[in-house]
Write a protein that binds this ligand. Structure first.
Ligand SMILES: [Zn+2]
Length: 196
């Protein structure tokens, strides 16, 4: 009798724990399942995009006469009170040529309040967007839909948008694109890791 009761208690305990696990999973925030699908943390490239970009790596440094070793990581610098930089700033004299880091199409030439004169370029596999900002001007003839080769001219270093005129620089970012492949929508990855 006592043994039988203990047996039932064990069965009920197992049922309760099963219910608890089930409801826990159902209540998990949406971000949890996304995190499990794409394990990359902020700034890290996801495995599938790393695979797609491999033939292009390391990327060409987009500012003439700057070596990879000279680049300084400013990805996590604070910009304003509630956001981080999520890009790399490459300081150079005003008018220094800016070139494409990789082959790929010019998707958008955009005049942005913070970014000034900017270029969005997709890589050949449309896995990422490369974003070049604060340009002084575009390279002659640069147009949306144009296929760039690595090293092709894009523009010139400047301080358009919200950059300090005293420190002209290229603001360069890389975004992993979502399935809809929209140039304005992506997850920032740490550019420095792609240059070395
Ligand atoms: Zn910047």
């Amino acid at each position: 009798m006592t043994a039988r009761l203990a047996g039932w208690r064990a069965v009920i305990a197992v049922m309760l724990s099963t219910v608890a696990m089930g409801s826990g999973a159902a209540d998990a925030p949406a971000g949890t399942s996304i995190g499990e699908q794409f394990p990359a943390r902020s700034g890290e490239i996801s495995a599938s995009v790393a695979q797609a970009l491999r033939p292009a790596l390391p990327l060409r440094v987009p500012v003439k006469d700057i070596a990879p070793a000279q680049l300084v990581d400013t990805f996590t610098d604070q910009r304003g009170s509630d956001r981080s930089h999520e890009a790399i700033d490459i300081l150079a004299p005003r008018g220094t040529p800016v070139v494409a880091v990789d082959d790929g199409v010019v998707v958008k030439l955009f005049l942005s309040k913070p970014g000034g004169i900017t270029v969005y370029q997709f890589d050949r596999t449309r896995s990422v967007a490369y974003y070049y900002a604060h340009l002084e001007a575009y390279a002659d003839g640069l147009a949306e839909g144009q296929l760039l080769k690595r090293g092709d001219p894009i523009g010139f270093v400047g301080s358009t948008g919200n950059a300090n005129p005293a420190t002209p620089h290229l603001h360069f970012a890389v975004f992993e694109l979502g399935p809809e492949k929209q140039w304005w929508k992506g997850r920032a990855i740490r550019p420095l890791s792609l240059f070395r």
